[in-house]
Write a protein that binds this ligand. Structure first.
Ligand SMILES: NC(=O)N[C@@H](CC(=O)O)C(=O)O
Ligand SMILES: [Zn+2]
Ligand SMILES: [Zn+2]
Length: 439
């Protein structure tokens, strides 16, 4: 059995410690004797976090392998420090059956770079009319717990209510893409306000999100079941979620790195790389989202990694596809934006990027403390390393990266998934068996 030694990592709340990894588990933490070890990772000065977990990615397989595959998306995830990702159901065909979910699970396992967890559709074909096979997906080998029609809103209140009732017995959760299709239709592509007026772009008003968030927290209260709000983007959505949590309603929420950092005025150049759903919002919303993440109203950072092929993205703004890449840049953005200014410490990052998303998505082997007996899913971070984003070197098959050319301080150095190094700088590993482990 291969034995991996991680030497001198900064564990949360502690100084340098060694971690001995064997058979996919953390065996020892503290001062570890290096004899009989196959590979050593020098983690001097690096922060060790439980492996990052992303509740919201689009891997495009099956159906749009020209934009991303489970293999390229998994590689991007590993490079970004993620040991688990939830793959949204808006593929072609849609993940709306047990077989489809198992296929995604198996393709992910075959890659072995990160845990690929299929999200099940709420409605057949994401059409919003008939419930998908929620129970069969839950009972399948894929053990689906997160259901979402993401890309579309479950806008019919009766369907949403039935879905919440159905998933309650097995502790499932509905991740809602909150967009009232009447208040923000398919053409809406810019925050409705001064900028959309000036640019002549169809407006996507905050109320289209907030009204669904308000309805869904009431449905969660009524059913006693769990709702998760995907990519929250406005201050008023945050207010509703804060109120709902104070009532004890079972609601959780995520925010993307781009909604924490980027604002509407970036659209003035009509660059489609900034076209995303929900749209980038004004600075007041961005500020409210940061505060909500820091005070726990928003539980998690999720990337909504949304790769698109050039021929879908490089169009006039109104015609381009919605979405941007996120897996490889999430940790650097969070480090730069929240950790360096002192808004969040590394324990806070572990909470919003690992512990909470693992809990929301019901993943037993993820988001666990780095202690003896835990599965060896972990991420080593250099908090002082500067990285300049180069869209051309992405592991993703797509290039729609809104951070191209930006420099962030804080970088993922090594990712360990089930005891194997899935991402790492070669020179960090001792030469003897480095190649065997460094995929
Ligand atoms: N976020 C996006 O702009 N696009 C997502 C769909 C979604 O998350 O709603 C996609 O699938 O491309
Ligand atoms: Zn969405
Ligand atoms: Zn999405």
């Amino acid at each position: 059995m291969s034995r991996l030694l991680i030497k001198g990592a900064r564990l949360l709340g502690a100084e340098g410690a060694d971690l001995l990894v064997e058979d996919g588990l953390i065996r020892e933490v503290g001062r570890v004797d290096a004899t009989g070890v196959d590979t050593t990772v020098d983690a001097d000065g690096l922060v060790a976090l439980p492996g990052l977990v992303d509740l919201h990615v689009h891997l495009r397989e099956p159906g749009r392998e020209d934009a991303e595959t489970i293999a390229t998306g998994s590689a991007a995830a590993a490079a970004g420090g993620f040991t688990a990702v939830f793959a949204m159901a808006n593929t072609s065909p849609v993940t709306d059956t047990a077989e489809a979910a198992e296929r995604v699970l198996d393709l992910g396992a075959a890659c072995g770079l990160t845990q690929v967890v299929p999200v099940g559709a709420v409605t057949k074909g994401l059409e919003g009319v008939e419930l998908a096979e929620l129970g069969l997906m839950a009972r399948s080998r894929a053990r689906v717990r997160v259901f979402s029609d993401d890309g579309k809103c479950v806008h019919d209140a009766r369907i949403m209510r039935r879905a919440l009732e159905y998933i309650k017995p097995f502790g499932g959760v509905i991740s809602q893409h909150a967009q009232d299709p009447r208040l923000a239709d398919a053409s809406a592509c810019c925050h409705e306000g001064e900028v959309s007026g000036r640019l002549g772009l169809p407006g996507w008003p905050g109320i289209a999100e907030e009204s669904i968030v308000a309805r869904d927290v009431m449905l969660a209260r009524h059913t006693g079941s769990r709702v998760h709000i995907a990519h929250v983007s406005t201050a008023a959505s945050v207010e509703v979620i804060r109120w709902a949590k104070a009532q004890g309603i079972e609601v959780t929420a995520e925010v993307t790195p781009h909604h924490l950092a980027l604002t509407t005025d970036l659209l003035t150049g009509y660059d489609p790389v900034y076209k995303v759903n929900p749209p980038l919002r004004p600075a007041e919303d961005v500020e409210a989202l940061r505060q909500a993440l820091v005070d726990g109203t928003i539980d998690a950072v999720a990337t909504d990694h949304a790769p698109h092929a050039r021929h879908d993205k490089e169009h006039a703004f109104v015609d381009a596809a919605f979405g941007m890449l996120g897996l490889e840049t999430a940790l650097p953005v969070v480090s730069e934006l929240l950790v360096r200014p002192g808004l969040l410490d590394w324990a806070g990052v572990a909470r919003v990027m690992s512990v909470n998303p693992a809990r929301i998505g019901q993943l037993a082997g993820q988001g666990r403390p780095l202690a003896a007996g835990s599965p060896a899913n972990l991420t080593l971070i250099d908090p002082d390393r500067a990285v300049t984003v180069d869209a051309a070197t992405s592991r993703s098959r797509s290039r729609n990266n809104p951070w191209h050319g930006r420099t962030f301080t804080g970088a993922v150095v090594t990712t360990v998934h089930r005891g194997r190094v899935t991402h790492g700088t070669d020179h960090q590993l001792t030469p003897s068996t480095a190649t065997e482990n460094a995929l």
